[in-house]
Design a protein around this ligand. Structure first.
Ligand code: SF4
Length: 410
């Protein structure tokens, strides 16, 4: 979406095809899980050969291929360029299928592939995706921007706007929810996380820029806003606190959600009170482990946890609004560590959520993951799928799944 916005600002006419957008009237969409999250239509697929022994269903989610094909075929005028994004590395077969479909409909139109898979697995993407150009990192990076325009055999215009492109949210006709992104990257550099690779460094937008995304969406009647920042509470004085203060002063009637974990160490009484008053409804925290002396990161200590949780409850948040992510299936991790973290969260009246580990190429923990996993993680991104528990001893089984589900029940 940010890519589209940049092209629009550069004078291009754009069209967005979001295969997870539930506003397609002719597609039977399953009910939402609440606050416009999930579920999506899915179709069961034949498992790739290398996953035959994994006892799970293999499916593709989103719009049926026929609906996508029809929409693309009807587009007039024909596009000069198709830009495909990608998310999880192990979802690449869907990306390849999308590119193949586009190619079959517009054989002469150049295709650019970007996004997370393209950034983390560029060699694999170059060898397999069938795109004319693979870009790594944000499209507003000078070199990416130039390469795209060179592909079109045009002189690149000046990159419009600031170093943070804004999402083209207005292209959604009836948005049930919207997203907010006021920063990129995270200063904590955890060894198991992709943030550092996808967005090296930590940078923030201004209050004015974030408001220019939020206000039009509020005026369109959107009630649910999810922050996508990796480090929302870092340097919160730059834009977050002033924004929350404005929302409170205006008496805005919206719900805020933080699906990416908040840093508990920054949950001061003031921040908690403002978040609560401004409408924060879904609170997710990065606990990861209860073993504070042997953590794999530097983002939290026991005292900060105690204080942060106390401040959340003192601000009026209810137990059922708060969940904590706990890392599960790390290379060499003793499952007892996970059990202890689950029980620890429950003692504080916080719902535990297992965050299943996905080995991320380029992350500092990837070398260790390769040692522990029985799968060739580097050669085949399908094995980076956290659903197969690639580094958990014994891998995924339904019996183990039942045990862990029962343990986290709250
Ligand atoms: S604190 Fe969270 S977002 Fe930041 S690097 Fe660690 S896991 Fe990633």
């Amino acid at each position: 979406m940010t890519c589209l916005q940049l092209f629009r600002q550069a004078g291009a006419r754009t069209a967005l095809l979001d295969c997870l957008d539930p506003t397609w009237s002719d597609v039977d969409w399953p009910g939402s899980k609440g606050y416009h999250t999930g579920n999506y239509p899915k179709v069961g697929l034949e498992k790739p050969g290398c996953l035959q022994r994994v006892p799970r269903q293999y499916s593709r989610y989103g719009l049926p291929q026929a609906a996508v094909s029809t929409a693309l075929s009807r587009l007039r005028p024909l596009p000069d360029l198709v830009v495909v994004t990608s998310i999880m590395t192990y979802w690449y077969p869907g990306v390849l299928a999308a590119i193949e479909l586009v190619r079959s409909i517009y054989p002469k139109v150049p295709i650019v592939l970007g996004g997370i898979y393209a950034t983390l697995c560029p060699v694999h993407a170059r060898q397999n995706a069938g795109a004319d150009l693979i870009i790594q990192g944000p499209v507003e990076d000078e070199s990416n921007w130039r390469r795209i325009w060179r592909l079109l055999q045009e002189t690149p215009p000046q990159i419009p706007g600031s170093s943070h492109a804004r999402p083209a949210l207005d292209l959604y006709p009836e948005p049930g929810f919207s997203i907010l992104l006021g920063s990129r990257g995270c200063p904590f550099h955890c060894a198991y996380c992709a943030s550092d690779i996808l967005n090296p460094g930590f940078s923030q937008r201004s209050l004015k820029e974030v408001k220019s995304d939020l206000r039009p969406e509020m005026e369109r009647g959107v009630k649910d806003f999810a922050f996508y920042d990796d480090a929302l509470l870092v340097k919160s004085g730059t834009w977050l606190i002033p924004l929350l203060e404005e929302l409170v002063a205006d008496g805005a009637s919206i719900r805020l959600h933080t699906p990416n974990a908040l840093h508990v160490r920054f949950l001061s009484p003031k921040v908690c009170k403002l978040l609560r008053q401004a409408g924060l409804t879904t609170v997710r925290l990065g606990l990861e482990t209860a073993d504070f002396s042997e953590r794999r990161d530097r983002k939290l200590c026991g005292r900060e946890w105690e204080e942060g949780i106390r401040n959340l409850f003192a601000a009026g948040f209810r137990s059922e609004q708060i969940g904590a992510y706990i890392l599960f299936g790390l290379p060499g991790q003793d499952p007892e560590e996970v059990v202890q973290a689950v029980n620890f969260a429950k003692r504080y009246r916080i719902r535990p959520h297992l965050a299943h580990y996905s080995p991320i190429p380029g992350s500092r923990l990837f070398a260790e993951a390769k040692k522990y996993s029985p799968y060739p993680l580097e050669e085949e991104p399908l094995f980076q799928n956290n659903s197969i528990w690639p580094c958990f001893k014994g891998g995924f089984t339904w019996q183990a799944q039942t045990y862990w589900k029962g343990l986290v029940a709250y």
